[in-house]
Design a protein around this ligand. Structure first.
Ligand code: MN
Ligand code: MN
Length: 468
């Protein structure tokens, strides 16, 4: 074929968005697949924020990180972390430059949509025992019925003793489920709007059916369940009052597709960015600017509370670094933030051809086309958005292009179709330059979410490049 002038000009001027797999040779494919296997292992080990937190702490400690409380003073190259109430993590590698020149932050979140047990969860009805639940985060409720579910979390007794619960992950464990109506009798239910197809108060977890064998008592099935729990964990019904028990899908994260190109698993929003960020942090050399990684909690319900990004615990962590590098003075932390940069690493909505009509195809994030940079989120006229400055976007583009990492600039859905947000605005409010930057996901917030292994590896490479 002849190279016409138009062809040459098009090659030079058009912004190409190629399928990333086309650039992957068999050697790179092996690296990508191996990395994804390790990520799948992480997903299966960390189904709650607490589990992700303790898994991350282990990864950090095995790689020379220590609690910041163990350091009297800090110098370049020191690796520190701070765990906030077992639910969020801040980690840093002290850089060669002063903190007041700014730090490079990557922030993801490790909480995911799920069903929490209510404070008084246990009841008996129709000779079945159930747990009542209250959903956490934005879910489509009908997706949580008729699938195998596991119970994870902690029960804290009044004497402070903490019982860790994890039922439904091992092959020999029982699982739980939420029943749904048979189609034969669902005529009325099928007339409901999809959002009410299954209602919040119908999300009751089936947990038992054998009655306690004593004619003299009522609520025999409930009694039998409590007696099992008492034998196994030494708890009584009132101990549920001080528990945090989460119901999550019991199925395992797996490789998806005949070509094995994707990962299917629960909680990829946002553990895909959390895992790739931590892995990147373990693999960088002593950076010029201090590298900071945040794995935050409560993002799915608005980043509130003392383990959410809105809390000042992160500021405390940075203050402690300033104190221990011997450089602190009043209000210096504000200067640190104003000179800092951040990748708010959270997932993006992947373009789904089955539901193509919600996306602007020219601005959607595509699986397999690299990490998605989202300049702004928000809804209806960018309301609530942290809109990244063009100068900062150019800086990040330059970094991506120098490191030959594929990326796409995307927007979440068509205008006025919906919207969303991340932790980006919280750091931006402190003066940090922030852009959202994450992996596109299909079926986001569903019990089983889908990502591309190509994008997962791109995220890891991006985060490494950003800190280096
Ligand atoms: Mn998210
Ligand atoms: Mn989310």
């Amino acid at each position: 074929m002849e190279e016409t002038e138009g062809k040459k000009l098009k090659e030079k001027l058009f912004n190409k968005k190629e399928n990333g797999w086309l650039s992957v040779d068999s050697e790179k494919e092996k690296i990508i697949f191996k990395f994804s296997d390790e990520y799948i292992y992480f997903l299966n080990k960390g189904k709650t924020e607490r589990e992700c937190c303790s898994f991350t702490r282990k990864m950090l400690e095995e790689n020379g990180f220590k609690c910041i409380c163990e350091y009297e003073s800090l110098k370049p190259g020191d690796k520190v972390y701070y765990i906030n109430r077992e639910k969020s993590v801040y980690a840093a590698i002290i850089g060669n430059k002063e903190l007041e020149d700014g730090v490079n932050v990557i922030g993801a979140h490790i909480d995911s949509p799920r069903l929490d047990l209510k404070p008084n969860p246990l009841y008996e009805e129709g000779e079945f025992a159930y747990f009542k639940t209250h959903y956490y985060g934005g879910i489509k409720k009908y997706q949580w019925t008729v699938i195998p579910l596991a119970l994870h979390g902690v029960i804290v007794k009044t004497n402070g003793e903490k019982v860790e619960i994890n039922i439904g992950e091992n092959e020999e464990d029982p699982i739980f489920t939420i029943t749904d109506l048979l189609p034969h009798l669902a005529q009325e239910q099928m007339e409901r709007k999809l959002k009410d197809g299954v209602k919040g108060e119908e999300l009751n977890l089936l947990i038992g059916s054998i009655p306690f064998n004593d004619k003299e008592v009522n609520e025999k099935v409930k009694l039998n369940i409590l007696s099992i729990l008492n034998r196994k964990y030494g708890i009584v019904e009132a101990d549920f009052l001080s528990s945090e028990l989460e119901i999550v899908p019991a199925f395992k994260a797996r490789s998806l597709g005949l070509d094995g190109s994707m990962v299917a698993g629960y909680g990829q929003d946002d553990r895909v960015c959390a895992y790739t960020a931590i892995r990147a942090l373990l693999d960088i050399k002593v950076p010029e600017k201090t590298a900071v990684c945040i794995l935050s909690d409560k993002e799915e319900i608005g980043s509130v509370g003392n383990t959410g990004m809105e809390s000042l615990v992160f500021d405390y962590f940075i203050s402690e670094i300033l104190n221990k590098t011997g450089k602190n003075r009043p209000d210096l932390i504000r200067k640190v933030f104003c000179n800092s940069r951040m990748l708010s690493s959270d997932v993006d909505a992947g373009f789904d051809p089955i539901y193509a009509n919600v996306s602007d195809t020219k601005n959607a994030g595509y699986l397999g086309k690299g990490i998605a940079l989202v300049k702004y989120t928000g809804a209806r006229g960018k309301s609530g958005a942290s809109d990244a400055n063009a100068e900062f976007v150019a800086e990040i583009r330059n970094m991506m292009e120098e490191n030959k990492i594929p990326y796409q600039l995307t927007e979440l859905g068509k205008v006025d179709i919906g919207g969303g947000g991340t932790i980006a605005y919280i750091l931006a409010n402190k003066g940090v330059d922030v852009i959202d930057c994450g992996v596109p996901v299909l079926s986001m917030h569903a019990p089983y979410e889908v990502t591309s292994k190509f994008d997962i590896y791109c995220a890891y490479e991006t985060y490494k490049a950003f800190w280096n």
